[in-house]
Design a protein around this ligand. Sequence first.
Ligand SMILES: Nc1nc2c(ncn2[C@@H]2O[C@H](COP(=O)(O)OP(=O)(O)O)[C@@H](O)[C@H]2O)c(=O)[nH]1
Ligand SMILES: [Mg+2]
Length: 213
Amino acid sequence: MDFLFRARKKISKFLKAFFSKRQSRIGIYGPPNAGKTTLANRIVRDWTGDALGPVSEVPHETRRARRKEGIVITGNNGGSITIDIVDTPGVTTKIDYKEFLEYGLEKDEAVKRAREATEGVAEAMHWLREDINGVIYMLDSTLDPFLQVNIMMVGIIESRSLPVIIVANKIDLPDAAPQRIKSAFPQHPVISISGLEGSNVEELYEKMVEYFG
Ligand SMILES: Nc1nc2c(ncn2[C@@H]2O[C@H](COP(=O)(O)OP(=O)(O)O)[C@@H](O)[C@H]2O)c(=O)[nH]1
Ligand SMILES: [Mg+2]
């Protein structure tokens, strides 16, 4: 009797592991300085108590993707998802070392930073094609959405039919206009937040559970 009970438990555990969905890998993409690392750190802090990477006002502070695995996010109605969160370098079409000189970097350091950033962008695009199951696409809501969007990124996202949540960030700033972003992406959910202050991130978590689950 005891043997039967244990065997049944073992089998059900096996079946559960076998049929449970693979953990979703969620990439945070978007242009440099949109606030990706700030949000990634907040997600990791809110749900695990750790942090992920350094935040900076100098563009391309994040030059290699960083990931944190096995984050469990719980929604209000009891649903939850387990995800790996991947913070990526800002994707731009052109990285000019001279831009870094304006932030007081020496030329050697600026050139090195530009080279690393270029490699990081290539890496982030590779993952988007091969490895990512869902996208948080982050934009700065104080800027024109059409000047921030990378067409190649959108192309890959659409061709892979990846679920994407658009985040209109920095709504704490006076010239934030998240409505512009909503009008630009009528086909996707757009959530307005301040990743810095944490306002409205609960709505984002709720949407993540619904959308990436
Ligand atoms: N006002 C405001 N600033 C933000 C917000 N999120 C990020 N920032 C700032 O924007 C800059 C770039 O942030 P970071 O997270 O490094 O952007 P990333 O390049 O996309 O990873 C930093 O100075 C952040 O403090 C936000 O919601 N509101
Ligand atoms: Mg970053």
